[in-house]
Design a protein around this ligand. Structure first.
Ligand code: ADP
Length: 404
């Protein structure tokens, strides 16, 4: 019998899950899956580590009751499929920890109330992240839940790196750069020494390029600067988010186009980025396969902006030893990596074209002054590790679920 840790990543219309078993301090992946299309016709699939389907189901519209129904269904499914193993804890991805939460925390009603206050800072994510936490607090109050924050890894950045040039009274309200995708960057910082010891001890820029996308400058494995700021809207263009924008554009939208806050939120979070520029899709695979001029324009702007941000982050680091690509686009889109590496030629990156097409892990030539790598991220494992450590699960100390 092993203690099992359930990792949940709840999005606007999906609930992704993974289960890890504690074998002493080692975490072994056991099963994973997703509930999708929660707001229309929900679907469920779960597979074991070798990809064998353990369960599959579809529901008609309105039959599953959203995130709460999905969480309840998953709890029943796990009850039936964990066999002799015992569910010991749930670890959640929570996008924003605000000023207060610099490390994973055991969740209570009081903590959920504090995290709810941060919903306006990540409207695309935070409210959804909290839904399964609330459902499990109500249904399984005895089950320890740990919230792991995408902002936490960046807390160690200098005040200078976190500051906006705004009046002090606004800054004091917590209006500053937080940075996101921290669980991904923390995972990569933890495995980088096994790929490139010198870079891990030195200066690295990680490009996390998924639907959401950002870049992070690491010095000796710690976050020094990142492209995302106060919200996950800042930085490079993303699937549907605009990335950096002159704040004057927002004033123009209000004054001239008479848009209100919700309309602007929808435009900047859901209608912009690759989707808005291309008019074709937010999906990089579709854009790369498309003949539409808008698709090419979107890909060009995406890689151009990343190239410029590389310069900014390399300046923050005072040079560069390695460039790392991760997440959906970073791990799988060789043509995008090629363009970015070309833009980083002046930083000493020389691409090995065959290695890039083969997917790495090392995609720079032997003689390249700066190394380039493709390293798959694993945010789920990072969350499971945090949950295990926070609760001392599977260790000699035994479970420790005292709230802080
Ligand atoms: P999320 O941020 O939702 O976790 P992912 O990390 O899964 O997103 O990344 C999704 C992005 O990765 C999409 O734009 C998708 O088109 C892109 N992607 C995945 N596989 C490929 C591929 N083989 N070639 C190009 N892009 C890909």
């Amino acid at each position: 019998m092993s203690v099992a840790i359930l990792v949940l990543n709840a999005g606007s219309s999906s609930l992704k899950f993974s289960v890890f078993l504690c074998d002493g301090e080692i975490l072994k992946p056991y099963l994973s899956g997703r509930l999708e299309q929660l707001l229309s016709t929900p679907q469920f699939v779960a597979t074991d580590v070798s990809g064998v389907v353990l369960g599959q189901r579809r529901w008609a519209r309105g039959e599953l009751a959203g995130h709460d129904g999905a969480t309840a269904y998953l709890a029943r499914f796990l009850h039936d499929h964990l066999g002799e193993h015992q569910l010991g804890a749930v670890g959640h991805r929570v996008v924003h920890g605000g000023l207060e939460f610099a490390s994973p925390i055991l969740v209570t009603e009081k903590i959920v109330a504090k995290l709810t206050q941060l919903v306006p800072l990540a409207p695309l994510h935070q409210a959804h992240n909290l839904k399964p936490i609330r459902a499990l607090l109500a249904e399984r109050p005895e089950l320890p839940q740990v919230a792991c924050f995408d902002t936490a890894f960046h807390h160690g950045q200098s005040e200078l790196a976190q500051a906006f040039a705004l009046p002090a009274e606004i800054t004091e309200r917590g209006v500053r750069r937080y940075g996101f995708h921290g669980l991904s960057y923390e995972y990569l910082a933890s495995v980088l020494p096994t790929y490139d010891n010198a870079a891990a001890a030195g200066r690295t820029i990680v490009c996390h390029l998924g639907n959401g996308a950002s870049l992070c400058a690491l010095r000796a494995g710690r976050s020094v600067a990142s492209t995302m700021g106060f919200t996950p809207l800042d930085g490079i263009p993303m699937g549907t988010r605009c990335g950096s924008l002159d704040p004057g554009v927002v004033l123009y939208l209000i004054d001239e186009l008479k848009m209100d806050a919700r309309g602007i939120e929808d435009l900047l979070y859901r209608q912009s980025g690759l989707l808005g520029v291309s008019g074709v899709s937010n999906d990089m695979r579709t854009l790369l396969a498309s003949e539409e001029p808008g698709a090419a324009a979107a890909v060009e702007l995406f890689t151009y902006r990343i190239g410029r941000e590389l310069g900014s982050l390399a300046a923050a680091l005072g040079g560069l030893d390695a460039l790392v690509f991760t997440a959906g686009i970073g791990e799988h889109a060789a043509p995008i990596r090629e363009r970015i590496c070309r833009a980083a030629g002046w930083l000493g990156v020389e691409l090995d074209h065959a290695a890039n097409l083969a997917g790495g892990p090392r995609i720079s030539t032997k003689g390249s002054q700066t190394a380039a790598w493709v390293i798959p991220t694993n945010e789920e494992l990072m969350i499971a590790q945090h949950t295990q450590r926070r609760l001392s699960l599977g260790t000699a100390n035994g479970p420790n679920s005292e709230p802080e």
